[in-house]
Design a protein around this ligand. Structure first.
Ligand SMILES: *Cc1c(COP(=O)(O)O)cnc(C)c1O
Length: 346
């Protein structure tokens, strides 16, 4: 059976062009800095993100981990949203491996963190009882708040706050190109206020593997050593970097199509009384919803029934479901999903 896989944009496959680029990629030993394809990807990514240098890493998780460890010493503290990926879904790596203290503060419904909450999280540097405040992490788009794009104005205000208090700002831009397309601002504009930014090639951009971490030369110099420590020094990595170059050249603008299909999916869902779409959903490529209380299906039953109809989706938190549009989701897939809802719960 063929499934339409709405679970995540990480399920995307490399395009034919990517496979060709991978097959013919020029490679060298990237641990020696000699892989021309990795170097080209890092330069391109740095240019697109408006930073001095880039570093190809295995995943978004490694990008955030390396960034936090480069910015913070053991016993220093990173302030981040309670709905942030680094807090929720990275196995506490910054604490486990970096000795960095995680200080969570609430995310507002629009994905931002209120400046007064950041202010209240600040530690007293003179008090030996307290860890040392060092870093603020923002996420754009903010995944768990609905794939919401974070405005440049807000990012600037958070960066101003950080600077005023001698903190650094890291931007988890796993889907920064979705934010860029949704807001009509370049990724470099959105990332400009941050000291470092990471983004995923392996999500909506369809590359099979990899993320790039970008920042100034000193930061990337530190990050390069940390990548090695974490086992992320890859040898002829140009094979996968080649797909990343195609991703940046060809797959950014088409994200607008994914946003349109998410809107179409939401429109279909609005017509079904037993489903309650999350407020303001969708804003990019993610649709969040809940089932009405009188729907008598448990979560596993609902997911299994949808699967029977050829539609894969997932629960994002108890009682809440997430569907993500991407290159593998056609108009037909959206129609099929809406039909499946009618059949399963209609
Ligand atoms: C997916 C994601 C990551 C991690 O990326 P992986 O490549 O899956 O490790 C980090 N942050 C956000 C917001 C993400 O959505």
């Amino acid at each position: 059976m063929q499934y339409f896989d709405f679970r995540s944009d990480t399920t995307t496959h490399p395009t034919e062009k990517m496979r060709q680029a991978m097959a013919s990629a020029k490679v060298g030993d990237d641990v020696y800095g000699e892989d021309p394809t990795v170097n080209a990807l890092e330069e391109k990514a740095a240019r697109m993100l408006g930073k001095e240098r880039g570093l190809f890493v295995t995943s978004g998780t490694m990008g955030n981990l390396v960034a936090v460890m480069a910015h913070c010493a053991r016993g220093e503290e990173a302030i981040m949203g309670r709905q942030g990926h680094t807090f929720l879904h990275e196995a506490g790596g910054v604490s486990v491996l970096g000795g960095v203290v995680i200080h969570t503060v609430p995310n507002q419904a629009d994905g931002t963190i209120a400046l007064q909450d950041l202010e209240a999280a600040l530690r007293n540097p003179e008090d030996a009882h307290e860890p040392i405040s060092k870093l603020v992490i923002l996420e754009n788009t903010q995944n768990a708040c609905g794939g919401v794009p974070i405005s440049l104005e807000y990012t600037r205000s958070a960066a101003d706050f950080a600077r005023k208090h001698k903190l650094l700002l890291h931007l988890d831009g796993a889907r920064i190109f979705n934010a860029s397309v949704a807001l009509g601002k370049s990724a470099s504009e959105l990332a400009a206020p941050a000291d470092s930014v990471t983004f995923c090639l392996s999500k909506g951009l369809c590359a099979p593997v990899g993320s790039v971490l970008c920042g100034n030369a000193d930061f990337i110099h530190k990050a390069h050593r940390l990548r090695k420590i974490l086992g992320g020094g890859m040898r002829q990595a140009g094979i996968i970097a080649a797909a990343g170059i195609v991703a940046l050249d060809e797959m950014v603008e088409r994200l607008a199509e994914d946003h349109l299909r998410a809107a179409a999916l939401a429109e279909g869902i609005r017509g079904i009384p037993q489903i309650r779409l999350a407020k303001n959903s969708p804003q990019t490529n993610m649709v969040f919803f809940r089932l009405d209380e009188n729907v008598r299906l448990s979560t596993p039953e609902f997911l299994a029934a949808m699967k029977q109809e050829g539609v894969l989706l997932m629960d994002s938190s108890p009682g809440e479901y997430r569907m993500v549009t991407h290159h593998g989701i056609s108009d037909e897939a959206v129609e099929c999903a809406v039909k499946a809802f009618r059949k399963v719960i209609g």
